[in-house]
Design a protein around this ligand. Structure first.
Ligand code: ATP
Ligand code: FE
Length: 371
């Protein structure tokens, strides 16, 4: 099997070609970093236009790099949710066009399932059940992956995701957003004193596995204000002394943001082992999992609990087409795909988009989770 994966759920236009033996034939990502840096966030209409402008080229590049043409493909996999519907539509229309012309089956992929499952491409003997902590710009999920398409959600964020907090701190500290905000904070934090600003760890009193980053964002904003830092002044233009203060804030923020992950993971592992004592692995994926500090702290937690940490390489943690193609392959093998679309699609045909699409059922729903 050779599968093309297409991803347009948020601000990256990505495509990749992957073989069912796990061989990555090509991988192409076009990021809207310049738009993001300019406007400080994702505006759906602008993101849609940016996807539309590059989608044909991104897919063509992925095929060229793989030395293949559309007619060599066995199937097309595409993200159908969760995400911005305007953006999802661009990828789905492209996928359906290719599938219609070459009469290929289509697999509609869950973006967060793909973040988790790409770990099974990286580590081929990773078996279900396993745990997954998915940390990205829009999600903060900890799940028990029982089987393909079968997830038990142990915890989620009650407000913001950790990636959102990283992005805002980078913006407020005047960092260069052309890399991701997260990568900019990670780099700056290396130069700072992580103990210098006293942030409090969120949700300490909640004996659950849920996350919250909105309060930490507020603490951070107040700290920035109290030190008279003007984020409108780029980091490189700030005085050496002020650069030091900004680095201290970044390091202190990162320490507490990750402590929150550590504490909730520790509890989630206990819960998961009660449900499925055979679990051996914790997968950590999503954009924030490319952070080395995050990885090393979670390595400690996982080691203490006699589990193994599985972290895809950074290029497979941030949004990419490989994870979509691979999740397509996993589903295709199980017979989960849609037949090829009609060669000529009616103008008004409804696309199956799922902008809000939970990953599995919530653990403890309908009964007390207090422990
Ligand atoms: P979602 O997956 O929730 O739909 P998304 O697809 O936009 O959101 P990803 O591409 O998976 O998110 O991840 C992007 C996020 O990862 C951003 O918030 C970014 O700041 C963060 N990120 C990327 N690299 C790092 C890093 N080195 N350290 C911390 N955060 C990082
Ligand atoms: Fe993502």
């Amino acid at each position: 099997l050779v599968v093309l994966g297409i991803e347009t759920s948020c601000d990256d236009t990505a495509a990749a070609v992957v073989r069912s033996n796990g061989e990555i034939l090509s991988q192409v990502v076009s990021s809207q970093v310049d738009l993001l840096a300019k406007y400080g966030g994702v505006a759906p209409k602008m993101a849609e236009e940016a996807h539309s402008q590059v989608i044909d080229q991104v897919v063509q590049d992925a095929l060229d790099k793989a030395n293949l043409t559309e007619s060599d493909l066995s199937a097309v996999a595409v993200t159908i949710g969760p995400g911005l519907s305007l953006c999802l539509r661009v990828g789905v229309q492209k996928a359906r066009k290719i599938a219609a012309i070459h009469q290929l089956p289509i697999v509609g992929v869950h973006h967060m399932e793909a973040h988790a499952l790409v770990a099974r491409l990286c580590k081929r003997d990773l078996q279900f059940p396993f745990m997954a902590l998915l940390i990205s710009g829009g999600h903060n999920l900890i799940v028990l992956a029982r089987d393909l398409g079968d997830y038990l959600q142990l915890g989620t964020t009650i407000d913001d995701a950790i990636g959102e907090a990283y992005d805002k701190s980078a913006k407020w500290l005047g960092l260069d957003l052309r890399k991701s905000g997260g990568a900019a904070i990670e780099e700056l934090a290396l130069r700072g004193d992580a103990q210098s600003v006293k942030f409090s760890v969120p949700m300490k009193q909640h004996k659950d596995c849920n996350f919250s980053y909105a309060g930490l964002k507020t603490q951070l904003r107040l700290a920035i204000e109290s030190k008279n830092i003007d984020g409108g002044v780029p980091f490189s233009s700030a005085s050496v002394e002020e650069q030091g203060i900004r680095a201290d804030i970044a390091a202190s923020f990162q320490r507490v943001a990750v402590l929150h992950l550590e504490e909730k993971c520790e509890r989630a592992i206990q819960w998961a082992l009660e449900i499925e004592p055979s679990i051996k692995h914790l997968v950590v994926a999503g954009g924030v999992a490319s952070n080395q500090y995050v990885r090393s702290r979670l390595q400690e937690v996982v080691g203490r609990n006699s589990l193994q940490l599985v972290c895809p390489p950074p290029s497979l943690c941030t949004d990419n087409g490989v994870m979509i193609a691979w999740t397509g392959i996993e589903n295709f093998r199980m017979g989960r795909f849609d037949p090829p679309p009609p060669a000529i699609e009616p103008e008004d045909s409804q696309l199956d988009l799922r902008p809000r699409w939970p990953l599995g059922e919530e653990y403890g729903r309908g009964r007390s989770v207090a422990r």
